[in-house]
Design a protein around this ligand. Structure first.
Ligand SMILES: Cc1cc2nc3c(=O)[nH]c(=O)nc-3n(C[C@H](O)[C@H](O)[C@H](O)COP(=O)(O)O)c2cc1C
Length: 438
């Protein structure tokens, strides 16, 4: 089913017909209220999710287009700006242009943070809460690294069954790099650091490493050890708030998935225990997502068009939206004192604000994040908060072109709504594919 609702009533009728649980609210004023997160204040309930733009410079520092993206997000008015995945080591970059924070380029990140604050102050008179997402891209990076095998993903990446897994010693060294990156993030002026635990990048894979030997594999204690050690050390050493973007479940069957049963359905006992333990360690902000776009993109980001290497979604997109919303609800209810950011709103286009208001009113999540929408329509928050609506002609149409650009490591943004910049790389990409096929 493609998005073709003309009125909110039509959308609601489908929600009912499918027997789904998706809240909505007419009154959007709850989205204008501020909320405390960790030691900071998020000035409204809307967030831009982390969205990789593949436009960093060779040394990892933010490039011209990276500045442009965050200036647009800041001017757009979201109270929480969650920076995209930033590599902690060259070996963990997703592509040659993924941003990466280092001793040498930390001042450029400082300039980026200052620029976000200045633009938001000038445009909205508020201070957005700014999170940096630290990552190692693992098997999806330029230098493929894995912490455990999963034949389906191994085959996709062309990895043989005997491809070496990172040793415990290598992971110990990586932990030091995360801690160093957290120190640098503080130096750059970020409010908060996210130790990314989602989408089956390296540390997300570690959470699912039931079959790994040694101190980081097997038992729940071992699989969560890296996180707890890193987060505990950052808490002790660095004066910065803590966040985690985490898969509520991988949608990959146990023993290869995290938060799943042997059929790949959600089994949230461990994720709930984990977020509780992280909260006890001082993490006050969680961003809930699921699965991996490299295998099951319809679960991570419900879409209308699959893109060249995708597949038609095997379910109604509203089922996917409802799944993401309900996962956030489960986690938010489990850790009511923390701030949970919900995911999965872009497919709803200009009807997302009513759902966002319903979710916040009913306490399913405290902040609502937008990913592809932020690329397509960076002013979405301003329009929701000041006009009480989104402009349907500016909304993301979930065409997957941004994901195709990212997958190819090209500068990434909205091909449809921001064509001056992103049509050219998309045309190049299509020409490259055509050349390969001929
Ligand atoms: C092009 C692209 C880049 C993304 N980059 C990141 C990222 O850096 N970190 C992350 O956690 N998620 C990333 N995501 C996932 C989004 O943050 C978000 O979870 C997903 O798009 C679903 O939200 P939406 O329906 O509002 O788009 C990316 C998604 C896309 C399509």
């Amino acid at each position: 089913m493609k998005f073709n609702y003309k009125t909110f009533d039509e959308l609601q009728r489908d929600i009912q017909r499918l027997g789904l649980s998706i809240p909505f609210g007419e009154d959007l004023s709850c989205l204008r209220t501020e909320i405390k997160a960790n030691r900071g204040i998020i000035p409204n309930r809307l967030a831009t999710h982390p969205m990789e733009g593949c436009d960093g410079l060779d040394d990892g520092s933010p490039g011209e287009l990276t500045f442009r993206r965050y200036e647009r997000f800041a001017a757009g008015g979201a109270g929480l700006i969650w920076l995209e995945a930033v590599a902690v080591t060259p070996l963990g970059r997703s592509n040659a242009h993924q941003v990466m924070i280092t001793e040498e380029n930390v001042d450029r990140f400082r300039e980026l943070v200052d620029r976000i604050r200045t633009v938001a102050q000038e445009t909205h008179g508020h201070n957005p809460y700014i999170v940096i997402q630290l990552t190692h891209s693992g098997r999806f990076g330029v230098n493929k690294k894995i912490v455990s095998h999963y034949d389906v993903l191994d085959k996709k990446a062309g990895l043989p069954a005997d491809f070496p897994v990172m040793t415990d010693e290598e992971l110990d060294e990586l932990a030091e790099l995360y801690i160093k990156a957290a120190h640098l993030s503080y130096k750059a002026g970020f409010d908060c650091v996210d130790v990314k635990a989602c989408h089956r990048y390296l540390l997300s894979e570690l959470l699912a490493s039931h079959l790994r030997d040694g101190k980081y594999g097997g038992s729940y204690e071992n699989r969560t050890r890296f996180f707890k050690d890193v987060i505990g050390t950052i808490k002790n050493e660095v004066d910065i708030d803590l966040a985690v973007r985490i898969n509520a479940y991988d949608a990959i069957a146990y023993p290869y998935g995290w938060g799943t049963d042997s059929e790949g359905n959600p089994a949230l006992e461990e994720p709930k225990r984990f977020v509780q333990e992280l909260e006890n360690l001082g993490v006050g902000l969680f961003n809930i997502t699921a699965s991996t776009p490299y295998l099951l993109p319809h679960i991570t980001r419900p879409y209308d068009q699959a893109g060249k290497f995708g597949y038609e979604p095997p379910e109604h997109q509203l089922v996917g939206v409802a799944r993401l919303l309900n996962l956030a609800r489960e986690i938010q209810r489990h850790i009511p004192d923390s701030v949970v950011v919900g995911t999965g709103y872009s497919w709803l286009r200009h009807f997302a604000p009513q759902v966002a208001a319903g979710v916040v009113e009913q306490g399913w999540a405290k902040v609502i994040g937008f990913g592809r929408t932020a690329f397509a329509y960076p002013d979405f928050a301003r329009d929701i908060l000041t006009k009480g609506e989104m402009d349907r002609s500016k909304a993301c149409i979930t065409c997957t072109k941004c994901a195709e650009l990212k997958g190819a490591g090209k500068i990434t943004g909205c091909v449809v709504r921001d064509p001056e910049i992103y049509v050219t790389p998309y045309r190049e990409l299509m020409a490259e594919w055509a050349a390969k096929e001929s």
